[in-house]
Design a protein around this ligand. Structure first.
Ligand code: ADP
Length: 563
């Protein structure tokens, strides 16, 4: 038994642990899923930012692509020979000039350096003539960019493979160095002034708005910052206040261009993330509920199996006892019968005692057998119910008649209260008798020397009540719920000394329900117990089968059996 029990506990523990581990794994995967959804949303935004910067790069790098196809050595020779660049080069310049991102375009040969030598020539592109013409006073516009480009080219020139290289002077100018890769020589520099206002107002801001739009829909707010100047230049959502307090989730530079500028992005209540959070919440709630249901089911199985185990234990104890108890009255009867039959007992008083003995033992045996039969029928679901409308008064009187002599002999005082006017009920009268018999038997068994029993009929709203009250040992509140269970007995010394098998109240409970009623117990240890059988009043007003005793009921009032 103990082995079985620990095995059961072990499996129960394993089952519970498995449930927790599985739930833990599920919660983990749910969080992972949410993380990956958020990660995917971030990736998507990152790609969008990349797209956006690539789009800007594309505009800036247009001239480079045009020049890349040209032979810089040839261009230089052509210029030296004709005093101007060939047409294919000038087409590239015309195209760049058309793009409003760029302002004026300047050209300076690599040496002499116009930024160091005021006499050195600097040329400006004239769109109307599509030619470069010398210009004065523009040195400060181009020198920053050109200075940077020259120092960069000094480092790069030896292993640079392309025929041009760009350098950005923050956001004011873009300088393109023209390289002759065969001779490893820079031939000159083209400086494109950048129209900053146009770039911000007409390219970046509308671009950001087009791409990211309303942040509550796109789930992201993007803004352009000049981090050197600590200035916010443009934003994707007009309705949003851009400030330093906005959380920055992503950063994106314009690689190789507009060095001081950076795009900041903040994920604001993205619908994807909100949906993912909501789904996580939903899943967690479902999981917690499923877990609770599972734990509940486990607990239920555990409790019911424990109860069943107890029941089986009590049942086997009962079988052992009952066989012994059935034998006891039989032996007593056998001995008394033997004494009477062999004619040795002649004294009439002793004969009467033997007769009484046999009668009492037969009663006891009969009661025991009746109980067993009741239980057997109850278990098989075969209890016969014949409900008829009847007067409860005579029913109670009949029970009183059956018990009064016996109670008298035990010294019990029986108070019976039956009101003159009482309603009818629809019950099986045999069942009422059995229930009252059991309750009276218990009142006697657990009286503990307090020999008073009250039997009452009372009306309460739509119900009629039979009350059986004793002043005996009482039942602790905790155990009151369980006394109606089969084989259950209160664990105390008095009960242990009293014969019984915990069947009487289970029979009462079963029968009362079969008759559409309820049974209640009110009790306090040391004070006594009242059992109440409650049945709905029958409103058809007439008894189906009038019992002969009903004629007597009108005279019945308070009734006492003195011990
Ligand atoms: P039993 O054969 O043990 O009396 P019952 O089913 O009739 O079985 O009663 C179940 C238990 O309820 C009893 O063992 C006893 O502990 C308790 N009990 C029943 N009736 C009374 C009562 N009138 N006073 C005190 N305890 C009672």
């Amino acid at each position: 038994m103990i082995r079985n029990r620990s095995l059961r506990l072990l499996f129960f523990g394993i089952g519970l642990a498995a449930v927790f581990v599985l739930t833990g794994m599920n919660v983990y995967s749910l969080f992972q899923l949410r993380e990956s959804t958020i990660e995917a949303a971030y990736d998507h935004k990152r790609n969008q930012l990349d797209d956006f910067t690539n789009h800007v790069r594309y505009r800036f790098f247009q001239p480079f692509r045009g020049i890349r196809k040209l032979d810089i050595g040839y261009l230089q020779n052509f210029r030296e020979k004709h005093g101007h660049f060939p047409n294919n080069f000038m087409e590239v310049m015309a195209q760049a000039d058309k793009d409003s991102i760029f302002g004026d375009i300047y050209y300076a040969p690599d040496s002499p350096d116009p930024c160091l030598d005021p006499q050195a020539p600097l040329y400006r592109y004239h769109p109307s003539q599509e030619r470069f013409y010398p210009v004065q006073g523009a040195v400060e516009l181009v020198c920053d960019g050109m200075g940077l480009a020259r120092s960069r080219m000094r480092v790069l020139i030896d292993d640079y493979r392309w025929n041009n290289k760009s350098t950005f002077d923050t956001h004011r100018s873009m300088t393109l160095s023209m390289i002759d890769p065969d001779r490893r020589k820079v031939s000159g520099h083209l400086t494109f002034l950048i129209d900053r206002e146009y770039l911000i107002r007409d390219v970046l801001e509308p671009g950001l708005r087009d791409k990211f739009g309303d942040s509550s829909e796109s789930g992201v707010a993007v803004w352009l910052v000049d981090y050197m100047q600590e200035e916010i230049l443009a934003g994707s959502d007009q309705n949003l206040q851009y400030s330093r307090d906005l959380q920055i989730d992503l950063r994106q530079r314009f690689p190789d261009l507009l060095d001081n500028w950076v795009l900041h992005a903040s994920m604001v209540d993205s619908p994807t993330i909100l949906a993912s959070n909501a789904s996580l919440r939903r899943n967690l709630i479902v999981m917690v509920m499923a877990l609770l249901a599972l734990i509940g089911a486990f607990a239920f199985i555990y409790v019911t199996s424990r109860k069943e185990r107890e029941l089986i234990q009590r049942q086997s104890g009962f079988l052992a006892n009952i066989t012994h108890e059935l034998k006891t009255p039989l032996s007593a009867m056998q001995a008394a019968g033997e004494n009477l039959s062999d004619g040795r007992v002649r004294d009439p008083e002793r004969i009467r005692t033997y007769g009484e003995h046999i009668y009492n033992e037969t009663l006891r045996l009969r009661k025991m057998i009746d109980k067993l039969l009741d239980i057997a029928r109850q278990d098989a679901g075969q209890t016969l119910v014949q409900r008829t409308v009847c007067d409860p008064g005579p029913l109670l009187e009949e029970v009183v008649d059956t018990h009064s002599n016996h109670l008298d002999s035990l010294g019990f005082r029986l108070n019976v209260s039956i009101p003159e006017k009482r309603p009818f009920i629809r019950v099986d009268s045999d069942h009422i008798t059995t229930m009252l018999d059991n309750l009276i038997d218990n009142a006697v068994k657990y009286s503990n020397g307090q020999k008073q029993i009250d039997l009452e009929l009372q009306q309460d709203d739509g119900d009629l009540m039979f009350k059986v009250r004793d002043t005996g040992i009482g039942i602790p509140a905790k155990q009151q719920k369980r006394i109606f269970e089969k084989f259950y007995r209160v664990e105390d010394a008095m009960t242990a000394r009293t014969k019984g098998h915990g069947l009487g109240l289970s029979i009462v409970d079963h029968l009362v329900r079969l008759n559409g009623g309820t049974v209640e117990v009110e009790s306090a240890p040391g004070t006594g117990t009242t059992f109440t059988l409650r049945f709905p009043i029958d409103t058809s007003e007439q008894a189906d089968v009038p019992t002969p005793e009903s004629a007597l009921s009108a005279q019945t009032g308070r009734y006492a059996t003195q011990g």
